[in-house]
Write a protein that binds this ligand. Structure first.
Ligand SMILES: CC(C)(COP(=O)(O)OP(=O)(O)OC[C@H]1O[C@@H](n2cnc3c(N)ncnc32)[C@H](O)[C@@H]1OP(=O)(O)O)[C@@H](O)C(=O)NCCC(=O)NCCS
Length: 295
């Protein structure tokens, strides 16, 4: 049909689709080559990037910065475009030889996109959700700050209507707590999870908790990293209320999660010892946090 994109054309629409087989070396070379061209560019030929709201942004060496996707590896990085008029917010990322507005970098045209994070492009989406959307745009007082995810962690991204709407990560039983210690996790731990504000209260948090408990149904105990947020405690409450057989199995844990480092989640709920939920969605991110290039 004339005018209708073919399946292949649709699948090529967004960076996570285009860069399905991308690797860090190629990304690095393309970013460095672009930055070098930018530095040598004549002022009269300044590139202008247009934001969704029509605002125009000059792309210059001072509005471009490297974003480090994994803290442990300095080579895993992408170029981000900062908006000086908006507290240096990251508004676009340079992927596949062009700038993508953040919303498009978080989209897919593949309706059957798998949830497990494996490709470099999926790792970048996970980074953007965690460090840019959650940490800088949607962070509320009382929320729990997540560090950069390590490259090899079990992670899933939830896709809905072609949009990345949330994620969760798991510390596997037996995996090292940090690179600087020989201590290993004693049980599987749901370490980080986030659902974008516009998709909250639609059952995704419950789905994540259920999936986590089911994947590790063979383990006598499963953990959620301490501290658990007020909203997540509410999710646990709803989940455990309807599944009494899980009530003894779910613990709030501190690494590595031996018995002295666990408290039973259902017991905490029964005792009312849970944080309150902050619902002030007007807070709009956390400007007191350092800008991306300071991280
Ligand atoms: C916690 C979080 C993942 C919950 O995700 P979610 O998809 O909105 O959760 P659900 O829609 O599955 O909620 C299930 C139930 O939990 C309860 N609940 C969830 N969020 C709540 C809130 N903010 N206030 C009160 N109850 C809440 C409700 O009973 C809800 O059912 P209902 O909507 O039918 O009333 C999400 O709020 C989030 O990403 N918060 C910021 C990051 C965070 O706190 N992560 C957890 C770290 S431990």
């Amino acid at each position: 049909m004339e005018g209708c994109p073919t399946q292949t054309e649709r699948a090529m629409s967004y960076p996570v689709d285009i860069l399905a087989n991308g690797d860090w070396d190629t990304l690095k070379q393309s970013s460095e080559a672009y930055l070098s061209r930018l530095r040598n560019r004549d002022k009269a030929a300044t590139e202008i990037f247009r934001l969704i709201n029509g605002e125009k942004l000059a792309v210059t060496p001072s509005t471009v910065t490297f974003l480090h996707v994994h803290r442990e590896d300095n080579e895993h990085r992408v170029l981000g475009l900062l908006n000086p008029q908006d507290n240096q917010a990251v508004v676009a990322v340079y992927l596949g030889e062009r700038w993508w507005v953040l919303d498009d970098a978080l989209r897919t045209s593949n309706d059957a996109r798998r949830e497990l994070v494996q490709s470099v492009a999926e790792q970048i989406v996970l980074y953007l959700l965690n460090r840019i959307i959650y940490r800088r745009r949607e962070f509320l007082p009382g929320n729990i700050l997540f560090l950069h995810h390590p490259a090899n962690q079990f992670a899933k991204i939830f896709w809905k209507n072609g949009e990345a709407v949330g994620f969760y990560t798991v510390k596997q039983k037996g995996s090292l707590c940090t690179d600087c210690t020989s201590q290993c996790y004693q049980l599987p731990v749901l370490d980080t999870l986030f659902v974008r504000q516009s998709y909250q209260r639609q059952g995704i948090g419950l789905k994540i908790l259920h999936e986590f408990c089911s994947i590790f149904s063979g383990d006598e105990a499963v953990g959620i990293s301490r501290p658990i947020s007020g909203a997540m405690y509410k999710v646990c409450s709803k989940y455990l209320y309807s599944r009494p057989h899980e009530q003894e199995r779910v613990w709030e844990v501190e690494a590595p999660g031996d018995w002295s480092q666990r408290v039973n989640v259902w017991l905490q709920i029964q005792m009312g010892a849970i944080p309150s939920v902050i619902t002030d969605t007007t807070a709009g991110g956390n400007p007191s946090l350092p800008s991306p290039e300071e991280e």
